[in-house]
Ligand binder design. Structure first.
Ligand code: G4P
Length: 527
């Protein structure tokens, strides 16, 4: 198979959901279909095994949650699926957001009883920054939940995206009988015993037939028919163009736990979800089918394995082919680097890869040279864009227990911010070091690492800020005036860029009104 065919077969996607909606369960089922795991329960089992092999993940083990995202790769129907996992706990880190910059599409899982929840909304917003195509799966239909029409309306209203149901539920909770597949015109009948769930293709291609009544009974058949008529009448057809632009979400209903409705979803990832897409660099657009290799680093993870103290840099291949041991040019450093010990991840197990193609994610041994956002090429000067830093929402001031350790502390903060584990803000008015994160749990991780990896004892003092914005102005004078007037709010981030820390968004509106020449950005591209 040539490189172009290999690339076309790839689907690189992430699952976005609120904790408890069923992401782990869904991941497990997807891997089962891919034959990547044999037994239900393996995802969780392997997770705990992995925790045990890692140092600061000891912390995660204690809390019984996953803090770091990982990449899983499995085959399905002659395609290569790359699923990037995102932390599932309520507290999540910037990594979760940045992971979404490495995928071509996303799968959004909603709990039918809870609809669109806060974390889903946040992750959705990051996807919509990049117009990432999204397929929605409404899970737990074997339990009582909101009315399907209400759920659709909720998605449209809260997320501002159109919806088109591909499968439609027949009853729910204890009365759940299955789904009707609108594109394939067939019933998928549900049985608690997943093995006994079965598809019923409608012979005379009509819902209005004795066959349907025989299967569902008169009442359910009638309800189903009138609901489908309503959907058809609403003209919610599947417009692939719109889906690919991130404007329309195809919706599936089912139950991940009972492995119901998962297969049609997986098939749609192959038939609808995009293969690796072109990526924008400052200089030009890079086509995945270009011969020459290019990639960007979106995540750096330290100490995955305590026997190697080094880091792993995760990169998304944007074009061409990667070969184990190849040399690539790190554009920022203007130097070549051998890409050693490349790994891919099969449901948390690391395995060495010999070659990988555009769309794939590989983890490369990082002797400390890579930075998040780095572009790698075969020599061309390219800078991939769209891998931003996201404004933190939680802030603490660092207090050093032993003032003689300030050098080590600075080193720790420099390295941890390079990895993207934390953001450092330095007020222009004093010598404080303020740390900012997206998910509050990250503070524990950072404190643990500063202590264990750098031998520095620190305490964190909570600060009342809830947002940061980077500030820009077309005219340098306007910015200077703003900084002078608001100096008590201004900090320099780890790159020396100016930002304001805000206690609430009300203050932001106040500033916008008072200083209209200033642009306030919730993301910064410089990493
Ligand atoms: P998450 O990764 O998104 O946090 O969710 P996870 O898959 O862990 O699922 C959260 C809970 O919801 C689990 O129950 C899981 O079994 C349940 N669940 C997932 N899909 C379905 C479904 O389709 N129907 C029903 N009825 N339940 C579902 P738990 O009791 O919290 O965990 P566990 O003890 O089963 O592992």
């Amino acid at each position: 198979m040539n490189t172009e065919q290999q690339i076309k077969k790839r689907r690189t996607f992430a699952i976005i959901s609120h904790p408890d909606a069923g992401k782990t369960t869904m991941t497990e089922k997807l891997l089962l279909y891919g034959g990547a795991i044999k037994m239900a329960g393996s995802v969780k089992a392997k997770r705990s095994k992995k925790f045990a092999t890692s140092d600061w993940m000891e912390l995660e083990k204690q809390r019984g949650i996953s803090v770091t995202s990982s990449v899983m790769n499995f085959p399905f129907a002659d395609h290569e699926m790359n699923l990037i996992d995102t932390p599932g706990h309520e507290d999540f880190s910037e990594d979760t957001y940045r992971t979404l910059t490495a995928v071509d599409s996303a799968l959004m899982i909603l709990d039918c009883a809870n609809g669109v929840e806060t974390q889903t909304k946040k992750l959705f917003e990051v996807c919509s920054l990049r117009h990432t195509p999204i397929i929605a799966f409404i899970n737990k239909m074997d339990r009582e939940g909101k009315e399907p029409f209400d759920l659709l309306e909720e998605i449209e209203n809260t997320l501002g995206i159109g919806v088109t149901p591909i499968t439609w539920p027949i009853g729910m909770g204890s009365r759940f009988r299955g789904v009707y597949h609108r594109l394939e015109n067939k019933l998928l009948l549900y049985d608690k015993d997943a093995e006994r769930s079965r598809p019923v293709p409608l012979k005379d291609l009509s819902l209005d037939s004795q066959e349907v009544i025989d299967e569902l009974g008169e009442e359910l058949a009638e309800t189903l028919m009138s609901e489908i008529e309503l959907l058809d009448g609403a003209g919610d057809g599947l417009d692939l163009e719109k889906y690919l632009k991130g404007e329309l979400a195809p919706v599936f209903f089912g139950s991940a736990l009972n492995n119901f409705g998962v297969e049609p979803l997986l098939r749609s990832l192959i038939s609808m979800a995009p293969p690796p897409l072109a990526r924008t660099a400052t200089e030009r657009e890079v086509d995945p089918y270009e011969k020459k290799f290019s990639a960007f680093v979106f995540k750096i993870q330290a100490n995955m394995d305590p026997s190697h103290r080094d880091r792993v840099a995760f990169m998304r291949i944007c074009s061409g082919k990667f070969v184990r041991g190849m040399k690539a040019h790190i554009v920022r450093l203007k130097k070549d680097q051998r890409l050693g010990r490349p790994t891919q991840f099969m449901s948390q197990d690391r395995s060495l890869v010999d070659e990988a193609f555009a769309g794939d994610i590989v983890g490369i041994h990082d002797p400390g040279v890579f930075k998040i956002g780095d572009t790698l090429t075969e020599g061309e000067k390219l800078h991939f864009t769209g891998i931003p830093v996201f404004a933190p929402e939680h802030f603490v001031r660092v207090q050093l227990k032993d003032p003689l350790k300030s050098k080590q502390l600075n080193k720790a903060l420099d390295q941890l911010s390079e990895e993207g584990a934390v953001q450092v803000f330095r007020p222009i008015n004093n010598n404080d070091q303020i740390l900012g994160v997206v998910g509050v749990l990250q503070f524990d991780v950072v404190q643990y690492r500063i202590q264990h990896e750098y031998g520095v004892q620190v305490t964190f003092v909570g600060l009342p800020y809830s947002a940061a914005r980077w500030v820009y102005a077309d005219n340098e004078k306007d910015l200077e005036e703003f900084v002078r007037a608001q100096s008590h709010l201004i900090c320099l981030d780890q790159h020396g860029d100016k930002s304001v820390l805000l206690d609430d968004l009300w203050r932001l509106n106040f500033l916008k009104e008072k200083f209209p020449a200033i642009r306030y950005s919730a993301t910064s591209e410089k990493i």
